[in-house]
Design a protein around this ligand. Sequence first.
Ligand SMILES: [Zn+2]
Length: 271
Amino acid sequence: MIDLHCHLRNNIPGHTKIAADSGIDVVLYMANSTPPLDSLRRIKNSLKKKRYCRAIPVSAITKDLAGKELVEINKIKPYVAGFSDDGKYLENLNLLKEILKKGVLVLAHCSPPYEIGLKRPDLETKFVKRYLGVLKKVGGKLHIQHVSKKETVELIRKAKRQGIKITCETCPHYFTYTKEDLDTKVNPPLGTKADVLAIKEGLKDGTIDAISSDYAPRPRITGIAGFKSFIPLSYGLVLEGVLSKKQLKEKLFTNPRRIIESGGYKLNIKY
Ligand SMILES: [Zn+2]
């Protein structure tokens, strides 16, 4: 099992223990520790920490995740699975252009801050559309994180049909709960029934390549963005008849592996 998206903050041993106990073999962890993973020194330091499953860092795209200045991509590249300012939408499209041109894997958080996203669920699609425009011009390896809205699934489906090379993920909470089901803070916010159905449809027809946990350790209602619920909720798709077991394996292993290796990182997993 490969989880393309989690947050280990400043406790890599503790959180990877939970991942391992939950049956997850490989996790990619985002850069928003304190301080953030935005330099080679910090990334090397992070790699020295004890871990209970394979945990590969994702570098920040910009220094201090501030969206202003790119990190030293060439130096950092060999040590990370990809680059992401996850948690923050990178508004500067010139920086996005520059990093995409390097051919590294860019994992993109295309949602506004939580409070804004609640009022403007359409912004996710709008932001993905902007990024698609850049991708069409410069090419590169672009992966959209935690797709949560129907219109975003439709947009990515259309792009893929036009032959644009883009990948994306969703998380178990976006195909399990609507905003009416749970009053909880998760970014992007939970959607409507139509969103949940569209996410399932996107997983089924291959528009959505992977499922990730977006594990973010902070007090939350059990079952949201967790390692422990990651595999059970994903397996629910098989029980519901949305995915076959083979398709589920694609979402939790084959496609995540392909996505990671598309940016040049070698997983060397024997299977
Ligand atoms: Zn995110």
